[in-house]
Design a protein around this ligand. Structure first.
Ligand SMILES: Cc1cc2nc3c(=O)[nH]c(=O)nc-3n(C[C@H](O)[C@H](O)[C@H](O)COP(=O)(O)OP(=O)(O)OC[C@H]3O[C@@H](n4cnc5c(N)ncnc54)[C@H](O)[C@@H]3O)c2cc1C
Length: 425
């Protein structure tokens, strides 16, 4: 069993979790190589909501200031009813309570900044290679293969290869992402096209909870002039070709988006009547069922991020939980020692991460219930299964967590060695 810091970590996937892991490992003095299927010239669309727990990590990695200047900074999303009365507010961030405002930023901006940091740190990234399978894993390390027949080796192999992870097949064979029955339909619209109600203060983002469910509008560029507008619908599961066909069929998509348009308040109707068709997107909600393990029996193959726990989007925590996985694993690996071998370290890590992911999944479910059509929502609200704000600060467990400090406190208890924090010097 590995009982010293690894000197060669291989990371499959240079998405948000993989890039973050490579940077965090470098910060801890551990070298890694990233292997990525897609060429870096492929650009992605859409924006992400990042909350203080993610932003704290990005800040420690030296990326926060640049990112915050390129996105929309805000604190709460207002919940409104059909009559446009604000019924609740959900904090996605908050300077006073949680140290950081929430940030909505284009995914491409985030990837570009992470890649620039990886380049600056001279971390190797091999593009255009598709991981295929693990060939062997023993006390000398892991040998693995790509689909082009080439091989590579590492002390530890980390699968950060997303919801349809191939590395996961080695750890949890047969586990497949499960469709939740809901699909989000969205578009990007100019704020100037929306008909705001008169004489009502209308801070954005907003989730309007009406008869049809919830309609969300969230600014996504620096000045808030472009707004993501979208709702979710129950929809039968499709295979990949079926989802592609739905996305390509603009008429069907428009009619799904506009179902029961008359039941929405005028501001939503104005969004639905001005949809820029080329910006329409769908997002079928798939989840990865709870896994028994996030590592192989030999412990040298580990999965994290969406590969380990893709969760529905309502709490905006998918990417953030991947950041936390990467940041905490990177804090553990350099501290492996005779009294802290790899099996003990990854067992602790998985249990600690799973506890947090479980809490996020429960929160997500409560929030998701507030977005259901009115009849279902009211039934679940009566049973206490929908989100209701309490005293301010109730999301401290999520946003104010000091995940690196927690890891180092555990390491100290196990090894009696006190580690100081990296100070960026
Ligand atoms: C429309 C949409 C909106 C979202 N909004 C939010 C939000 O507001 N807030 C939030 O926190 N989260 C959000 N999420 C979730 C978030 O995007 C994911 O949780 C996050 O991207 C997961 O990062 P990851 O690095 O684990 O996986 P991914 O981002 O999927 O990256 C996986 C990488 O692995 C590569 N790869 C895959 N297979 C292989 C292989 N065999 N060999 C080599 N490379 C491979 C892929 O090309 C990819 O680059 C959203 C997701 C979607 C789809």
């Amino acid at each position: 069993m590995l009982s010293a810091p690894p000197s060669r970590v291989a990371i499959i996937g240079s998405g948000l979790s993989g890039l973050t892991l490579a940077i965090a490992l470098h910060r801890q003095g551990i070298a890694s190589t990233l292997y990525e299927l897609r060429e870096p010239t492929v650009s992605t669309s859409g924006a992400l909501m990042l909350s203080p727990n993610a932003l704290r990590i990005l800040d420690k990695l030296g990326l926060y200031e640049r990112l915050s200047a390129q996105g929309y900074n805000f604190e709460t999303i207002a919940f409104k009813n059909h009559e446009q009365i604000t019924t609740d507010r959900y904090y996605l961030g908050g300077k006073k309570l949680y140290q950081y405002k929430a940030l909505r930023v284009y995914r491409q901006v985030l990837l570009t900044e992470l890649r620039a940091m990886v380049k600056k740190l001279q971390i190797p990234v091999i593009y255009g290679v598709k991981f295929s399978h693990v060939i062997s894993e023993d006390e000398n390390g892991v040998i693995f293969a790509f689909t082009d027949g080439t091989r590579a080796t590492a002390d530890i192999l980390v699968g950060a290869d997303g919801i349809h992870s191939t590395v996961r097949k080695y750890i949890a064979p047969g586990v497949k992402p499960k469709y939740s029955g809901q699909v989000a339909i969205t578009c990007a619209i100019q704020k100037s096209k929306l008909e705001f109600p008169e004489r009502i203060d209308y801070p954005m983002p907003v989730a309007i909870h009406g008869k049809n469910g919830a309609f969300v509008m969230a600014p996504q560029d620096v000045d808030g002039s472009e707004v993501l507008a979208g709702t979710q619908r129950a929809y039968p599961e499709q295979d990949r070709a079926g989802w592609d066909a739905l996305l390509a069929d603009k008429d069907q998509l428009l009619s799904l988006f506009r179902t029961n348009i008359q039941d929405w308040p005028p501001i939503v109707q104005s969004a639905l009547n001005n949809i820029p068709e080329e910006t329409m997107a769908i997002w079928p909600y798939y989840v990865v069922p709870k896994l028994e393990r996030w590592f192989s029996p030999g412990k040298r193959v580990i999965i994290l991020g969406d590969a380990a726990h893709a969760i529905p989007p309502t709490a905006g925590q998918g990417a953030s939980q991947g950041f936390e996985d990467s940041f905490t694993l990177a804090a553990l690996l350099p501290r492996l020692a005779a009294n802290l071998p790899l099996d003990k370290a990854v067992t602790y890590w998985k249990d600690m991460r799973q506890d947090r992911v479980d809490k996020v999944v429960s929160l997500t479910l409560q929030l998701n219930n507030t977005r259901l059509p009115q009849a279902e929502r009211e039934k679940l609200a009566a049973e206490g299964q929908t989100w209701q704000s309490g005293d301010s600060g109730e999301l401290g467990w999520l946003y104010n967590a000091q995940v690196e400090e927690d890891v180092l406190a555990w390491v100290k208890a196990e090894t009696k060695i006190s580690w100081t924090f990296y100070d960026g010097a």
